[in-house]
Design a protein around this ligand. Structure first.
Ligand code: UD1
Ligand code: CA
Length: 453
């Protein structure tokens, strides 16, 4: 099978410089969703008909199985498919999709493909309470499809028909080519209508069959930001339902956003307003508090993330505690039982079992051993303005509060750094190292007073 995706429309109502089909739904361009469904069906070749701004679309989504065809000017949906015809093999079945109808699912399309077997023309249609604006499916007394009439060309009787054309169809390539060569533009909009092939098929005795989608949302198009937002919520609702079916506790399924892949073990709990991006894997019993953003994260069994944490490119082992207000950046690898507390930023660092950095610290480009305690306000000075250097902290070290570790520098096993130390040379194991001006008190000191008092 081969696929033609119509994506030449400008999308004026989006009022955006970004081509419509690149607007994101669940973190991926609209067109990427359509491509994923087409690929799930095993499409041999996918022809994308683009118009204005097509280069940006191609730059973003190009792949070896895609053929990019420009349609300029845009003279209607039939004219759009004609542009793709030279790229189609005569013996294939052709599935026509729309780049701005992103929720179309592979199972629905598989049924449509099956219905199109033996050279039939298969249309995806739905019954709507309000069919305004859509092409109507006209049937004869026996219930057989005769043709499609566009709203603007329809008589008032025809407009009463509630079964509409979603635009998605499957046709045999050779016949499609022939029919498209015969359609005209003598209609209310002066366009070449793809829908006119239905009447031609009927005239030739080709059987026209209809299939309904699994869910009406699969046929909804995006023309405006409001419609985009509505589809986003429908998509997220289905993700939330799948997660709950798999046993995940969502405190409020309406306040969850998954923009990628979220894999959960048993008894995972997710509080409100969390965003998951990229690939996120949560082990058994993981709890994610309210208002967290997790992007490309893997958390081991029993790990808890307290509210308002932002984790990116991070792997944590079992029973860690992160947050509230933790910030971990790419390259963060935490072993088991690690605690990362409020206003602690970790970047490109490994922290071994049972170590803790509970308050107000920056740990960058650092290897931290096991059972290390990092006091409040500890800063690794990893950057000299030109280069970055690593810090090493051995097992069982104790880093006093408000310490600066000026990298490259090493803290030995079991070393203690006194509070306020600025460490510029390695600290030996098992010793106290402190750099601090000696404390003095001045008994006869008098506070300055305001002049004239
Ligand atoms: C079309 C159908 C109508 C159906 C409706 C479903 C025709 C003649 N009518 O109507 O029966 O109910 O879709 O939404 O097919 N496009 C191009 N090039 C063009 C024109 C359109 O690529 O020259 C693309 C658009 O980007 C869009 C899709 O085709 O993705 C549909 O175009 P649109 O103008 O929305 O079609 P309608 O006239 O609404
Ligand atoms: Ca439309």
């Amino acid at each position: 099978m081969e696929v033609v995706i119509l994506a030449a429309g400008q999308g004026k109502r989006m009022r955006s410089a970004l081509p419509k089909v690149l607007h994101p739904l669940a973190g991926r361009p609209l067109l990427a969703h359509v491509l994923a469904s087409a690929r799930a069906l095993g499409a041999r070749r996918i022809c994308v008909v683009h118009g204005h701004g097509g280069e940006a679309v191609r730059a973003r989504l190009d792949a070896p199985d895609l053929v990019w065809v420009e349609q300029n000017p845009q003279l209607g949906t039939g004219h759009a498919v004609i542009q793709a015809v030279p790229h189609l093999s005569a013996d294939s079945r052709v599935l026509v999709l729309y780049g701005d109808v992103p929720l179309i699912g592979a199972p629905t399309l598989a049924r449509l493909m099956d219905a199109a077997e033996r050279d039939r023309l298969a249309l995806l249609t739905v019954e709507l309470d309000d069919p305004t604006g859509y092409g109507r499916i006209l049937r004869d007394d026996a219930g057989c499809v005769r043709r499609i009439v566009e709203e603007k060309d329809a008589t008032s009787d025809e407009r009463c028909v509630r079964e509409i054309n979603t635009g998605i169809l499957v046709a045999p390539a050779a016949r499609l080519r022939d029919w498209l060569g015969r359609i005209g533009n003598d209609n209310a909009q002066g366009e070449y209508y793809l829908t006119d092939i239905v009447g031609l098929a009927v005239d030739e005795g080709v059987e026209v069959v209809t299939v309904a989608p699994d869910d009406v949302s699969e046929t909804l198009g995006v023309n405006s930001k409001a419609q985009l937002a509505a589809l986003e919520r429908m998509f997220q609702a289905s993700v939330a339902n799948r997660l709950m079916d798999a046993g995940v506790t969502l405190v409020d399924p309406a306040r969850l956003d998954v923009r990628g892949e979220l894999l959960c073990g048993r008894d995972v709990e997710i509080d409100i307003n969390c965003v998951f991006e990229g690939r996120v894997e949560l082990g058994d019993g993981v709890v994610v508090g309210a208002h967290c953003v997790l992007r490309n994260v893997k958390l081991g069994n029993g790990t808890r993330v307290a509210p308002f944490s932002h984790l990116d490119g991070t792997a944590a082992g079992e029973v860690c505690v992160l947050g509230p207000f933790a910030r971990t950046r790419p390259g963060t690898v935490l072993a088991d039982g690690v605690h990362i507390g409020n206003f602690v930023e970790i970047k490109n660092s490994r922290i071994a079992d049972d170590s803790k950095a509970n308050h107000l610290s920056y740990i960058g480009d650092t290897d931290v051993g096991a059972r290390v305690n990092i006091g409040a306000g500890t800063i690794t000075c990893n950057y000299d303005g030109a280069n970055k250097y690593r810090t090493e902290i051995g097992d069982d070290a104790f880093i006093g509060s408000d310490t600066q570790l000026v990298a490259p520098v090493r803290v030995g096993r079991g070393a203690t750094l006194g509070a306020g130390t600025t460490l510029t040379r390695d600290a030996p194991p098992d010793q106290l190292t402190v750099s601090r001006a000696r404390q003095q008190s001045y008994a006869n000191w008098i506070r300055p007073a305001r002049k004239g008092e």
